[in-house]
Ligand binder design. Structure first.
Ligand code: GDP
Length: 325
């Protein structure tokens, strides 16, 4: 086992941009041990003044849409401009299978070897909500370590997109052109959250389908009300393999950042996100404490049975568990 680092060693290492220490600090915040929790909170508090300076970009899309290929090309484009980027993943599959749709090591080969990039796969094993908290904290650690652009990637198949949307400045949805089903299982709500949509694989004879999809998505987006920030989501075409549309995507993200900084929504959004984080944590902690309470745990099965069999109303069951009525 590795020697435990001291609080000062963590803090100094992170602020110096030492990747090995950054990785160990992320492992520390992912740990479930109580002693590690205390230490990680102290480290986070100490680095807090050095956070918040990055641009946080969320990227989502169904498996196979081309997320890792896009992030590799987009990431290389950014690092070629000397920008330091970190890629974090939130992987809803890792909780169920303990495997990972996103975390395998073969993804983003070039970027993983790029001195300007840092890639960290999702932790496995805890609840998606728990992973999302760790990702928020990892963002702060990466910012303190000097990363200027943080990309948070997730698979667009469930709830993880909503978590990601709550922790980034720009939310990018990747979609396929000509894949039959117009919305490809991406829920309406996800499209509504998007600040930009990129149609992937617009190459190899697929251009016409991609163009058609662009028009379809533009039409679909027009049905949504304009967001409070005044931003209209735009649809772009991209080929990560041929490196087309990458520059345009970056321009769109920058335009968004500029517009929302000018009208104050960038900071307002950040403030709202930090408050949401606090309230989410309160909700989660209350719930955990509630179910761990022995008097609740002891009678939970009996109350569940009574509700299932229709002997008592669900509300009665809840009140019984909450207040012992
Ligand atoms: P992910 O599951 O969303 O991360 O998707 P991947 O990045 O692994 O890509 C899925 C498949 O699509 C792979 O076989 C890629 O080579 C292919 N792919 C990704 N981007 C492009 C692209 O721009 N053009 C073409 N033609 N294929 C692509």
């Amino acid at each position: 086992m590795q020697k435990r680092l001291s609080k000062i060693e963590y803090i100094d290492g992170i602020l110096k941009g030492d990747r090995v220490i950054l990785s160990r600090a992320i492992t520390l915040i992912e740990s479930q041990l109580n002693t590690d929790r205390v230490l990680s909170q102290e480290v986070l508090e100490a680095i807090l003044p050095h956070t918040g300076n990055s641009l946080r970009i969320g990227i989502t899309g169904v498996p196979g849409v081309g997320k890792s290929t896009f992030i590799e090309t987009f990431g290389k484009f950014l690092t070629s401009q000397q920008k330091k980027i970190a890629v974090l993943t939130v992987d809803p599959s890792s909780q169920i299978t303990k495997g990972s749709i996103l975390g395998d090591k073969t993804r983003m080969d070039e970027l993983s070897n790029d001195p300007f990039a840092y890639i960290r796969p999702s932790p496995a094993g805890s609840s998606l909500g728990g992973v999302a908290f760790k990702t928020r904290e990892s963002i702060l650690l990466c910012e303190a370590a000097g990363f200027e652009i943080i990309i948070v990637e997730t698979v667009g198949v469930g709830q993880s997109e909503t978590y990601i949307h709550g922790m980034v400045d720009f939310f990018l949805l990747l979609m396929l052109g000509g894949a039959g089903d117009e919305l490809q299982g991406i829920k309406r709500g996800i499209m509504e959250m998007a600040d930009g949509i990129v149609i992937t694989k617009a190459d190899s004879g697929n251009e016409a389908k991609a163009n058609l999809a662009k028009v379809e998505y533009e039409n679909a987006l027009h049905l949504y009300p304009r967001s409070a920030s005044g931003w209209y989501a735009e649809v772009l075409l991209c080929s990560a393999l041929e490196k087309n549309g990458i520059h345009e995507t970056w321009n769109l993200i920058q335009k968004h950042q500029q517009q929302l900084t000018e009208n104050g929504f960038f900071q307002q959004n950040r403030k709202r996100q930090t408050l949401d984080w606090m309230f989410q944590f309160i909700r989660q902690t209350l719930e955990e404490n509630f179910y761990q309470n022995p008097s609740v745990a002891n009678k939970l099965d009996a109350v569940k049975q009574a509700v299932e069999s229709g002997k008592i109303l669900p509300i009665q069951g809840a009140l019984d568990l909450l207040y012992g009525n």
